[in-house]
Design a protein around this ligand. Structure first.
Ligand code: AHR
Length: 498
């Protein structure tokens, strides 16, 4: 394969990378909460019932914003069911996933866990079957000093100090007809505006995410966002977008080009935000909160999505392979390349449900997608640079032309991080990296995730088949770096700068 030349320039900046793009998502769905992060009868449980093996694996991912409690679940959730004495909490028929919800894990448990894990809490209020006032009351429970009804309730439940939850989502996927309480855009806009007003009057320091277009396929795509953002105006700080991708036709070449369409989705949503800002003659720009993203296409049939009245059913238990790991890295490259507009992003989800971590009884497995996330999350501080990429590429069936290498870069304090995905299934990719005006002095660290073929995966019987390894095929010559990237690989390089 011909060499790819990557040229970076310290002045060709995009924006500082917001650490919150390395967020996660924990929903009351299947075995994400129960048998995921919380399982008092596990040999791994700590005194709060949290699974320490799962938490240790999550710690390595250095996740930031952690969205909770849903997802579709949020649209039927009444937060007061999940607080107070555990024995008094109701067991309910949960409608989004047709499961049994015993409410043994709720607001106080989640916020305790978030504090322990150093996650930025991010709560989704119920604007499906809930009211704006119920959302406001939850905010008072979480953030107000003691002295008023819901703050006193929090204190009675053991937390006299406010939790200080800054990030709140105004409902979930409200444009989707499957959503409990789904309504047309203009009606959602009214609900969201009412909730936002009550919430910001209660605590003006919070940031709010309006529920935006959750898929490209609904007829309301973009028109929903225009309607909602025009009405809610400056009360919202962000608009959400979601994306799940997959390879249902077994076409790896095409699948690995999906990054083009992720770039496009971000740019379209940003265009809607700018349009609304211009129409409103507002100084405030709505930024993007990509609060659900991942690969999800196998575990989608009713057998995987209908809990059939069970507690902690096996739902959405996707198993991931090498090509999925490359696509997950592609999402992260796209977020870094759009650091000026994407301020928050949440990998959906964290354990058992479309997740990098899987439990079976007391065992734990790390899926392929775990590893690229770790490579990036550990190199996230700094300024995103605009890479110029000159090299081979191909025309994909569905997503247009892509370079064989998908690239992003972050300029940190005395270091340069470069992330490279080689989409070729057969050929190693020679690459030359040049940071104009600065010389690359030494290679501080380099890791790679690769494997024998696109379908290679990890199983409980063969864990660690696909994992990250140190990468050594890098040479620095006259301030530039030269490397040979194996086929089907994602590589993270960190250079010290001269
Ligand atoms: O993450 C799984 C589900 O996908 C979420 O509950 C919902 O918001 C989306 O459709």
């Amino acid at each position: 394969m011909d060499a790819t030349q990557i040229t970076l320039h310290p002045d060709y900046t995009i924006a500082p990378v917001d650490p919150r793009i390395f967020g996660g998502f924990l929903e009351h769905l299947g075995r994400a909460v129960y048998q995921g992060v919380y399982q008092p009868d596990s040999i791994h449980a700590d005194e709060d019932g949290f699974r320490t093996d799962v938490l240790n694996a999550l710690r390595t991912m250095h996740m930031t914003a952690m969205r909770y409690p849903g997802g579709n679940f949020a649209s039927g959730y009444h937060w007061q069911d999940g607080i107070g004495l555990r024995a008094s909490r109701p067991t309910l028929h949960e409608l989004a996933w047709q499961s049994i919800e015993p409410n043994q894990f709720g607001t106080d448990e989640y916020l305790k866990l978030a504090r322990q894990m150093d996650w930025t809490p991010m709560l989704t209020v119920n604007l499906g079957t809930g009211t704006p006032e119920e959302a406001r009351n939850w905010l008072e429970y979480c953030n107000s000093p003691i002295g008023t009804k819901y703050a006193n309730l929090r204190a009675a439940n053991g937390s006299s100090d406010p939790y200080g939850v800054k990030l709140w989502c105004l409902g979930n996927e409200m444009d989707g007809p499957w959503q409990l309480g789904h309504v047309p855009a203009d009606q959602y806009a009214i609900r969201a505006q009412q909730a936002a007003k009550l919430m910001k009057d209660t605590d003006p320091t919070i940031e709010l995410v309006a529920s935006g277009s959750c898929t490209l396929t609904l007829p309301t795509y973009m028109e929903w966002d225009r309607t909602v953002l025009e009405y809610i105006g400056d009360l919202a700080d962000y608009v959400s977008l979601h994306r799940y991708v997959g390879n249902p036709n077994g076409d790896t070449v095409d699948y690995l080009a999906v990054t083009n369409s992720i770039d496009q989705q971000i740019e379209e949503m940003d265009a809607a935000c700018r349009y609304v800002q211009a129409r409103r003659r507002s100084k405030q720009r709505h930024y993007l909160c990509f609060d659900e993203w991942n690969v999800w296409y196998r575990a989608t049939s009713p057998a995987h999505t209908d809990g059939r009245g069970q507690f902690a059913p096996h739902l959405l238990e996707e198993e991931y392979n090498l090509e999925d790991a490359l696509v997950v890295a592609g999402f992260l490259n796209s977020f870094i390349r759009h650091a000026d507009v994407v301020k928050i992003a949440n990998l959906a989800q964290i354990v058992n449900v479309i997740a990098p971590i899987h439990t079976r009884g007391d065992e734990l497995l790390l899926h392929t997608i775990y590893y690229p996330f770790v490579l990036y999350a550990n190199r996230r501080d700094g300024m995103a640079l605009r890479p110029a990429v000159k090299g081979p590429g191909y025309m994909s069936r569905s997503y247009g032309y892509v370079n064989t290498l998908d690239v992003s870069a972050i300029l940190g304090d005395g270091v340069l991080h470069v992330f490279l995905i080689n989409r070729s299934q057969t050929d190693a990719a020679p690459v030359k990296i040049d940071l104009a005006g600065r010389s690359l002095k030494n290679l501080e660290s380099a890791e790679i995730v690769t494997g024998p073929n696109a379908q290679a995966c990890n199983t409980f019987e063969r864990p660690g088949h696909i994992c990250s390894q140190p990468f050594t095929s890098v040479r620095i010559s006259e301030g530039q770096a030269l490397a040979q990237l194996p086929p089907l690989s994602v590589t993270a390089l960190t250079f010290g700068l001269g």
